[in-house]
Design a protein around this ligand. Structure first.
Ligand code: SF4
Length: 210
């Protein structure tokens, strides 16, 4: 795909939604961190149902530690892999209190040392909580990047590097939200909604739906 097409894709996505953000509910970097850890292989809607009840009672590392492992599980048991996620969250809270004055660190290196926080989660936190122009490639972004020809790659790392290289800097901060939302609601996994797609004429996917 050429530069002009890429530019036009983001021009259209940005005009449709000038201020995109995550669909996870949060008010602080810590709430976002816990929500992103919970969202691995789960839906944002499912995570929001759980955190709507959890956060009014416990939305700091100290309060979650006070809740205890079993107490935390009561709130997140509807979410997939909740046993291991609960353990990661408790350990993360302990490290935040002991090593980071109960604050979420804003560097990749420190974030990735927290249990349950891999590169993708760190990218989401850096981007959405701290305004870094990172690219958190999830299943939606991977699919959209390959289908459209925007940044084809065999794995998430290749797609991430290409997106960072190819996307115009002025779009980079919001690009990951635009691509996730486009993949979630339009360029869906099973049946993309090509007839209603605002970038249909720019997309290079050969099997567009009619
Ligand atoms: S035209 Fe179809 S395949 Fe291409 S981005 Fe739009 S929905 Fe996805």
């Amino acid at each position: 795909m050429n530069t002009q097409k890429r530019h036009e894709i983001f021009t259209r996505l940005s005009s449709l939604n000038p201020n995109p953000t995550t669909e996870l509910l949060y008010t602080t970097p810590f709430e976002l961190l816990i929500a992103v850890v919970l969202s691995a292989q789960s839906t944002d809607k499912g995570v929001n149902i759980a955190t709507r009840k959890l956060y009014p009672l416990a939305n700091t590392p100290e309060l979650i530690l006070q809740l205890g492992l079993e107490g935390l599980k009561q709130y997140i048991q509807t979410i997939g892999l909740y046993h291991s996620k609960a353990k990661h969250i408790m350990e993360t809270c302990r490290l935040l209190v002991e090593q980071h004055h109960s604050q979420v660190p804003n560097t990749r290196e420190e974030l990735e040392k927290l249990p349950g926080v891999g590169r993708k989660t760190a990218n989401v936190i850096l981007n959405t909580a701290f305004g870094h122009p990172t690219m958190a490639v999830d299943t939606h972004i991977f699919r959209v990047s390959n289908r459209t020809g925007l940044a084809p790659g065999k794995n998430v790392s290749e797609v991430e590097q290409k997106l960072l290289k190819f996307i115009d800097k002025k779009f980079l901060l919001n690009a990951h939200h635009w691509l996730i939302l486009h993949g979630r609601y339009t360029c869906k996994a099973r049946k993309p909604s090509c007839p209603e797609c605002i970038i249909r004429d720019l997309c290079e996917y050969k099997s567009k739906t009619q």
